[in-house]
Design a protein around this ligand. Structure first.
Ligand code: ZN
Length: 245
């Protein structure tokens, strides 16, 4: 089984379509989506519908998905994110709402994988931004590997020789996942990358070969930005897509 691993689509249909096209139909049989399907971007219903069109997919709930469902206090969001949440709430169809409402926040795929939007310790909220936070999270999942999104930054944390190491992704080069090493891996964000590279990020996982491949693909950022302007979404959210921040 080969898996297309995506996260943080953030209602950016153009980026999502570019990822699907770049990965190709024959390279995977299943999608694992690590949450934040909506929030920030101009295409919430379209992104939900496109994801739903793949019967073989697993999707988690992210903090923006929860915010849209009024499951958390959005005063913890910055002002632009809040405006985008209110706009998304005004657009969401009952079908999209029902889909988001039914998503789990953590999924275990035995024997090797735990999937969480943010972290295994706090599946919707915690940012794993450094090796010490990654190391603290090892106590909170039992499988060898945990996949997370949320920071919008592709990265691998590998626990070896009693140390948590950080590895920067090598795009387009499959690496082998040496079980029982313990790993926390982030595929990066499809719809709003924040690592200074504006291209959409995703990954391919091969469960037979036990390989992982981080990938990037350029998409028509201006097209997404034009739709954001049409909907009066905050200018700072429009601008940041071009910088990958
Ligand atoms: Zn996100």
């Amino acid at each position: 089984m080969r898996i297309l691993v995506i996260s943080d689509i953030h209602a950016n249909l153009t980026a999502f379509e570019a990822v699907l096209q770049d990965a190709g139909k024959d390279a995977w049989e299943q999608i694992w989506c690590l949450g934040d399907v909506v929030g920030y971007g101009p295409d919430p219903n379209e992104c939900v519908a496109l994801l739903q069109s793949f019967p073989n997919h697993t999707c988690l709930s992210g903090n923006h998905d929860w915010a849209v469902l009024n499951r958390l206090d959005i005063n913890s969001f910055n002002v632009e994110a809040r405006q985008a949440i209110h706009w998304t709430q005004s657009q969401l169809t009952p079908e999209s709402h029902a889909y988001l409402d039914g998503l789990p926040s953590l999924v275990i795929v035995p024997p090797h994988f735990t999937l969480a939007h943010a972290s295994p310790r706090q599946p919707v909220w915690e940012y794993i931004l450094d090796a010490s936070v990654a190391a603290a999270n090892l106590l909170h999942f039992e499988t060898p590997i945990c996949l997370v999104g949320h920071t919008h930054t592709p990265i691998i944390y590998a626990y070896m020789d009693d140390q948590m190491m950080t590895r920067t992704p090598l795009y387009g080069q499959p690496i082998s996942l040496n079980i029982p090493d313990r790993l926390i891996i982030n595929p990066g964000s499809v719809g709003q990358p924040r690592d200074g590279d504006p291209r959409a990020a995703y990954a391919l996982l091969d469960l037979e070969q036990m390989t992982w491949e981080h990938r990037r693909v350029a998409y028509d950022i201006a097209a997404t930005q034009a739709r954001m302007r049409q909907h009066d979404l905050p200018p700072r959210l429009v601008a940041r897509l071009a910088y990958g921040w």
